[in-house]
Design a protein around this ligand. Sequence first.
Ligand SMILES: Cc1cc2nc3c(=O)[nH]c(=O)nc-3n(C[C@H](O)[C@H](O)[C@H](O)COP(=O)(O)OP(=O)(O)OC[C@H]3O[C@@H](n4cnc5c(N)ncnc54)[C@H](O)[C@@H]3O)c2cc1C
Length: 511
Amino acid sequence: MTTSRRKFIQRSSLLAASTLLPLGCSDHSDRPATGERTAIVIGSGFAGSVAALRLGQAGISTIVLERGQQWSVTGPDTFPTTTNFDRRGTWSIPSSGSSNAGQSGYAGLLETIPGKNVAAVCGACLGGGSLVYGGVLIQPAQKEFEQVFPYLSFQDMDNIYYRRVLATLGAAPIPDDVLASPNYAAHRTFIEDTSALGYEVRRPHTGFDWDIIRQEITGEVPAAASIGEYAFGCNSNAKLSTDKNYLHDAVATGNVAIRSLTEVELIRERTPSGYTVVCRRISAEGEVLEEYELVTDYLFMAAGSMNTTRLLLKSQHAGELRGANDRVGSGWGTNGDLLLAQLHPDVSTGAQGGPACIAATDTSNPAHTVTFMHSPVSIAPLQLQMSMAVPDRTGQLLYNSETDATVIDWESDAGTPSILAQQASFERIVGSNGGAAAPFIEGQIWHPLGGAVMNDACDTLGQLYGYRNLFVVDGSLLPGSAAGVNPALTVAANAERIMEAIVDGLVRETV
Ligand SMILES: Cc1cc2nc3c(=O)[nH]c(=O)nc-3n(C[C@H](O)[C@H](O)[C@H](O)COP(=O)(O)OP(=O)(O)OC[C@H]3O[C@@H](n4cnc5c(N)ncnc54)[C@H](O)[C@@H]3O)c2cc1C
């Protein structure tokens, strides 16, 4: 892989560049031996982590470019918390083409992209959404899976890829002893309420180390997840984010280098093959330290639904991606999410332990299965549930070249059958426990999906129609829905499926 144009904005950054590769890996930026093919992965969230590991294991020289910082727990104040939320929580670095480009900001953990009727929220750090997510790793039911992904084999996903992700992350359901401990009373209340209604109650896998949570409960390590502080990173180090497993293992192959605080700005198609990736290296405060281009044979888009789609649309708009594909941006959606809250008479003061680890599914409406994930928040007597169903329709992502921003075109879905079904299921819970529904919390979408959808903008192996060796592997592939449940497990398992199917072919191209 070669650096074809390097423009050092600060001479001193050259030294810093040599220390950029975390996790003990070496820099693979020089083009390897003649004939050897190279890969770039843009983004290091769930899908980018999977792609990096499988490319590295296949012996393909790979660079992962991640705009955000690497975060490592150094003490109980490493990450912001709900009661101590500061600039560490927010990605506020202006993009290079916006009117406030060059102004300082901070490479915080979460980016919020405002849009019509909704605002999408996504991770912005090494490990992406795996650092800021609620830990839910839930598998969709076969019926909803086949409704949303009629072109994929549920049996293969069930038997192979979901299991592979859970094993690699080290995920497990909440153990009995933790669920029985005092801080998990709100979970137990939720189980009682929904079981009494005949909802199917499950303990899905979670991406947390339950032994560390046990140590929190006994006071051996500072409390974090067990007192509801599990989003925005987890200060007890209990969260099994992909920097600790997939990315760590990828670097250990010796074939993968990671460049954090490196934002991709544009993708350019090369003749006769391959891609140029235009990037900028930034400081945590947003100062541009270096701009350069990398050339690669295989390009993997894993910047998440909002940013993979943005990069593709922006590069198309700039005339740098010239293949015909007018489907990019279509099929975007909110996963059918609804955040619902109630004041519960039996939820008393005190911490609500996390992460989110109990699901209850109402199958009584044949048209719309509704799944609730109990989402602990330590504000008694509040009970918060993330509710999901397969949505009725999708919207679109567009690119505004004047502001260099993604535009979310989303009609309000209040009143659609799937939203009404969720509200009806929720009202049954509230009605049965004698509580009071709090006003709906609308608009914040934690599960944006779509924009480069399989079997539409891409083939079912993620290759973008019109472009050879440009693979989308992330949440952009899902058509606005993860089949009625939280998406991270399906995003990662789908990336595993794609990598298994293509990687041998990529290796053979090197011969
Ligand atoms: C607050 C919150 C809670 C959530 N909780 C859950 C949960 O409990 N369970 C669940 O299933 N899902 C949850 N999600 C959703 C889940 O995090 C996402 O669905 C998942 O992370 C998507 O994976 P991905 O690989 O598509 O993208 P991401 O994980 O978002 O990764 C994309 C990566 O690309 C990087 N990137 C973006 N643009 C660029 C660029 N131009 N150059 C370089 N790098 C770039 C980003 O910084 C990021 O690291 C939650 C999301 C949020 C925001």
